[in-house]
Write a protein that binds this ligand. Structure first.
Ligand code: ARG
Length: 554
């Protein structure tokens, strides 16, 4: 709409008009857009009131129905019918692809997301990373990129030496099989408690990790088993969330890819010895990046360096994304600096998409010290709460379980995505499951309501839009904005833009539904049903872009 306005004003004005000059009046009676002419008075040596009149008289554009000069402003009223007709035709034709772009030209974008650690619980942080990463992948795909979702599993590091030692001392196969993560975590905690009394345990742990690194068969097969059992547990969560990955190359995958990196660093003269360890020194005020410990062991940072180089080689990306909590900001700043020092300009195409904590009653939801919140339990609780609501609202619904899962899981996803990711979010299952207010279920119910109207309407025919009331117009403005909303969300890597949009669209639709006789005003029925259909299409697509399901009936 703004483009139309701009060209209409351009043609009618004696001065150059830019987009920034155009305002959106807050009062409905003042038009859809307005141009204040005060800034031109000096240059034109004419009072603003006169300039506004001249421009208003000269306006002549199909998208504009009328222009009024009021106190130095040119108020513009759009030709609602022609805009509405165009939009309904376009959305009716393009359906789910409305708003798609080819900005990315198919370029690869690896997205490092989820990335839990094996033998440890899947934390709230991993949930955020999974949900945010998945939506960013969908958004980038929508504007023409090829996202590559990578689950960079934490499956390597000295902690596995400790775990092996603990398992050999106190472990039990049956328990691990029954509840792998819980059992392995307990073993790990016990190791730390006992190591406080008996520090030689730490040496045993280190030796066990060394054996693992050197390919000791017994160590490797235990480690493989821990990994398989953990991944099985994680998979249940991914199935519930409806998230899949293009690669699960975790930290261990880079074992044989680190030595060449260390050699490259040394050949480039970047490795410095510090207390027996090898580090890369970074800019002033930045702690050095630790590449190798004094005992020769590699680190998290070493593996990420190897991973970044490997991804550049394999995917030749135009940008690479890491969806990881705020607390790892330093790590990613260091990673980028090391790459820069190695002479890789593409380091600045790496984006650390960081996010805040999930809080419960203002405190961080922790997975530490036995007080673990198991995510799978949280998800099933959400689903069973959703089941209750459905049993009340629509007891005869045929696919109840499927819908309850879509709503329960959707509620959690939406409450995560509706605020900017940098904020901490308060976790409250019952408020995120409300069917009123800014929640996932509210949007899903609105989408289902639109579909139920469509079912009742049956088959409808062609239409010509003759008039558009204020309730309808509020919806059209939003439908019109959808492509630019998607573009901005994808470019800013910010799903909350789409989440807020979905709330706005649902609210305007519901007030239209509450105030307009959609099915009974017969001459207008076909037009209004086309509007309902467009809303259903765009809401469904918005939910999809957030990684949520959109049941047609609830
Ligand atoms: N496994 C890590 C953790 O749980 C997150 C890994 C993020 N990705 C990466 N390439 N460093 O903290």
């Amino acid at each position: 709409m703004k483009n139309d306005i701009l060209s209409a004003l351009q043609a009618a004005s004696p001065v150059t008009i830019t987009e920034q000059m155009i305002e959106r009046p807050s009062q409905a009676g003042l038009g859809d857009f307005a141009l204040p002419t005060f800034p031109f008075a000096k240059e034109l040596r004419t009072p603003p009131k006169l300039i506004a009149e001249q421009i208003a008289n000269a306006i002549n554009h199909p998208a504009i129905q009328r222009a009024e000069a009021v106190n130095g402003y040119v108020n513009l009223f759009l030709n609602r019918s022609s805009i509405a007709q165009n939009l309904l035709d376009t959305i009716g034709e393009q359906k789910a692809s409305y708003g798609s772009l080819n900005e990315g030209n198919g370029a690869n974008v690896p997205i490092d997301m989820s990335s839990p650690n094996i033998a440890k619980p899947f934390s709230m942080g991993h949930l955020r990373s999974t949900v945010i990463g998945n939506s960013i992948a969908l958004l980038l795909e929508k504007i023409g990129y090829r996202p590559i979702k990578i689950n960079h599993i934490g499956d390597w590091g000295t902690q596995f030496g400790k775990l092996l030692t603990a398992y050999r001392k106190w472990g039990n196969e049956v328990e691990v099989r029954q509840a792998p993560i819980k059992t392995l975590l307990q073993l790990y905690i016990r190791f730390h408690e006992e190591a406080e009394e008996d520090p030689t345990l730490n040496d045993e742990g280190r030796a066990a990790f060394k054996a693992l690194e050197e390919g000791d068969e017994d160590a490797l097969s235990l480690w493989e088993w821990f990994k398989t059992e953990s991944l099985k547990e994680f998979q249940r969560i991914y199935d519930l969330l409806g998230v899949s990955f293009d690669s699960t190359n975790g930290e261990a995958y880079y074992n044989d890819k680190m030595e060449p990196v260390v050699e490259e660093l040394s050949a480039k003269g970047l490795l410095v010895e510090s207390d027996g360890a090898l580090v890369v020194e970074l800019s002033e005020g930045m702690p050095p990046s630790l590449i190798k410990k004094s005992d020769g062991a590699t680190l998290y940072a070493t593996r990420d360096l190897a991973a970044a180089l490997e991804r550049k080689k394999v995917y030749d990306f135009t940008k690479a994304i890491y969806v990881v909590g705020n607390e790892q900001s330093l790590h990613f700043t260091q990673l980028k600096q090391v790459l820069q020092k190695m002479g890789y300009d593409w380091a600045n195409t790496i984006h650390h998409v960081s996010f805040g904590f999930i809080l419960k009653d203002g405190k961080k939801m922790s997975t530490r010290k036995g007080k673990i919140v198991l995510l799978e339990e949280v998800l099933s609780e959400a689903i069973s709460l959703a089941e209750h609501t459905i049993a009340e609202k629509n007891p005869t619904l045929f696919n109840k379980n499927e819908v309850a899962q879509a709503v329960g899981v959707g509620a959690i996803i939406f409450s995560d995505l509706k605020q900017h990711r940098k904020h901490d979010i308060e976790f409250n299952l019952s408020s995120m499951l409300q069917t009123e207010g800014e929640t996932g279920p509210y949007i899903q119910y609105t989408h289902a309501r639109a579909n139920s109207i469509l079912r009742k309407a049956g088959i409808t025919g062609p239409f010509t839009v003759e008039q558009v009331n204020d309730y309808e117009w509020a919806i059209f403005k939003l439908l019109y904005a959808f492509p630019s909303v998607v573009k901005r969300a994808a470019e800013d890597l910010d799903p909350s833009i789409v989440a807020k949009y979905a709330i706005d669209l649902s609210q305007s639709f519901n007030s239209f539904y509450g105030n307009v006789h959609i099915l009974s005003d017969l001459p207008l029925k076909n037009y209004r049903i086309a509007l309902v259909q467009s809303v259903a299409t765009v809401l469904q697509e918005s939910l999809r872009l957030l990684g949520m399901k959109a049941p047609k009936e609830m």
